[in-house]
Design a protein around this ligand. Structure first.
Ligand SMILES: Nc1nc2c(ncn2[C@@H]2O[C@H](COP(=O)(O)OP(=O)(O)OP(=O)(O)O)[C@@H](O)[C@H]2O)c(=O)[nH]1
Ligand SMILES: [Mg+2]
Length: 283
């Protein structure tokens, strides 16, 4: 047996639910009447697949490969993030503009703790950072033209998505800094009770079994172990971790890829909406 090792399904998953999930998301309306959109922040290490995940979500609804949130094709040897500015993507389908938005930000660097990056992410969650802001060496200050003094509920992010590269996640100490950064972000926003969802990307690279057949993802021992590792490192329960294969080099969409992406998005949107409802009624 290969290193992926096929075992009994450890999570029940209906591979035929694509239409149901897609329809539900297309009909979704935020619970709070004056909220125009539910905003979701996508964070994670450089190269984890954040932009590719956003592209994949856009692709599922457009029914063709999107390339809006440019993902890097040929990553240079240096450890710089390809995405440098805050960009927000509205999801559109053939039928409608959906009321949720995904924010793409600069990746977290694995080599140094920078307070500035943590401040910028926390400010983005709170809705203080305007579209197009370039993440730099210094934190955004309240006198900057990209600082939004009075964020509305629609400007604030109500779910924090961590994209973690399933092919490289490991127990070793070399990514301690990333774990520490995520902890610092969580600590800063802890009183807000913002839900967190992990999207574990690159499951195709993480397990040869899954590379051959994506439908083996919930039968692969290796994928289960990697997800447990993500859970342990970030402190997010398994039920909030979703394995995905992003579109990155394909020319057509595919139902199996789509359904995993939709399942992750469905959970993200629901937890964000629940939080928004709770947060607003608390005011
Ligand atoms: N095999 C495989 N490759 C992927 C997957 N997701 C992303 N990639 C590749 O991983 C690389 C990085 O992806 P990006 O989406 O640019 O990552 P990012 O997190 O936005 O990176 P930064 O913007 O630099 O922080 C690209 O070469 C993608 O093609 C996946 O699910 N499977
Ligand atoms: Mg990116």
């Amino acid at each position: 047996m290969g290193s992926g090792e096929s075992i009994e399904a450890w999570r029940t998953f209906d591979w035929r639910q694509k239409k149901e999930l897609k329809d539900r998301l297309e009909k979704f309306t935020p619970s709070i009447p004056d909220v125009t959109n539910v905003k979701i922040l996508v964070a994670g290490q450089i190269g984890a697949g954040k932009s590719s995940f956003i592209n994949s979500v856009l692709s599922v609804f457009q029914e063709e490969i999107a390339n809006e949130a440019l993902a890097e094709d040929l990553r240079s040897a240096d450890s710089h993030s390809f995405t440098k500015r805050l960009r927000t993507y509205r999801i559109r389908s053939a039928h409608a503009d959906l009321p949720f938005e995904l924010c793409d930000i600069k990746g977290l660097e694995p080599d140094k703790i920078s307070k500035c990056q943590i401040d910028d992410i926390v400010n983005t969650i709170y809705g203080h950072v305007k579209e197009g802001y370039k993440f730099g060496e210094k934190s955004l200050t309240s006198d900057d033209e990209h600082y939004n003094q009075n964020p509305s509920l629609s400007d604030q992010a109500f779910c924090l998505v961590y994209v973690i590269d399933g092919s490289t996640v490991q127990l070793a100490a070399d990514d301690k800094i990333i774990t520490e950064k995520l902890r610092l972000i969580r600590q800063t926003i802890s009183d807000k009770g913002i839900p967190q969802v992990i999207v574990m990307s690159k499951v195709d690279e993480a397990c040869p079994l899954v590379k051959n057949d994506l439908k083996k993802v919930y039968r692969s021992k290796k994928i289960k172990e990697k997800m447990e590792l993500c859970s342990f490192k970030v402190g997010v329960p398994m039920s909030n971790i979703f394995p995905v294969k992003n579109y990155h080099n394909e020319i057509n969409t595919n139902d199996h890829v789509d359904v995993l992406i939709l399942k992750a998005l469905d959970q993200i949107v629901r937890s964000a909406d629940a939080r928004q409802r709770f947060g607003a009624s608390n005011k």
